[in-house]
Ligand binder design. Structure first.
Ligand code: BG6
Ligand code: MG
Length: 212
């Protein structure tokens, strides 16, 4: 088989957390009187928490100190984590559970490669933590996507070379990170529309065909 390992982005690929990111950022933006909509939210896919805040603050004429930015990011994260507390298996993307089961049965090593610092909480809440041999996330990287660090570390944790891994991504920044890591990438959702990945999927169910 062409690949030995599959590295999944989390938010927007495995779990529908994007709506909770949106609602939590919207609360902060509304309080500051900054315009924020789904289109701006799309720019935050795969982008780190602080970089997301910077994008939102572009909508304000005010200057914010580093301390204020830190507080705003913490405020958003505590609202976001309240949403995460209510996560269940129902928040998994359609076909995710079946796809993970099939890939495991086919003998692939599976990892998560996410910019999120809440990745383990999300994986546990949705009941899929046990599928993964490694979790590379916002806690073990110094450079966010589109830097390849998160995927290179995931491959290392799996004991594989980058070229043996396929990345699954919904964000343009994530596809760019996979490419920079010298990994093939299957794009779904927003990223698939840009046609910059190795494969463009309409559904995660197509993954098992690509890798077999
Ligand atoms: C990515 C999301 O997975 O994680 C981004 O696509 C988010 O929208 C980033 O900003 C950081 O997440 P967290 O949970 O650490 O704030
Ligand atoms: Mg994503």
């Amino acid at each position: 088989m062409k690949y030995k390992g599959i590295i999944f982005d989390l938010d927007g690929v495995l779990v529908h957390t994007d709506k909770y990111h949106y609602l939590a950022w919207k609360q902060t933006a509304d309080r500051l009187g900054i315009y924020f909509d789904e289109k701006i939210n799309n720019k935050l896919r795969g982008v780190s928490r602080m970089a997301s805040l910077e994008i939102i603050l572009e909508g304000s004429t005010k200057k914010f100190s580093d301390g204020q930015k830190q507080k705003l990011a913490e405020e958003k994260n505590s609202v976001y984590r309240r949403y995460l507390e209510g996560l269940t298996q129902k928040d998994l993307g359609e076909g995710v559970l079946q796809t993970l089961e099939k890939l495991k049965a086919m003998g692939f090593k599976l990892a998560v490669g996410s910019s999120s610092r809440n990745a383990v909480l999300i994986l546990k809440k949705t009941g899929i933590y046990g599928f993964f041999d490694a979790v590379s996330d916002g806690n073990n990287i110094s450079k966010p996507k589109p830097d390849p660090e998160v995927f290179i570390k995931a491959a290392g944790m799996l004991g594989l070379m980058c070229g043996q891994c396929l990345v699954v991504e919904d964000a343009v920044s994530g596809v760019l990170a996979a490419t920079a890591a010298n990994m093939d990438c299957a794009a779904i959702g927003d990223a698939a529309k840009h046609k910059i990945a190795t494969y463009n999927l309409e559904s995660i169910n197509q993954l098992t065909d690509i890798v077999s």
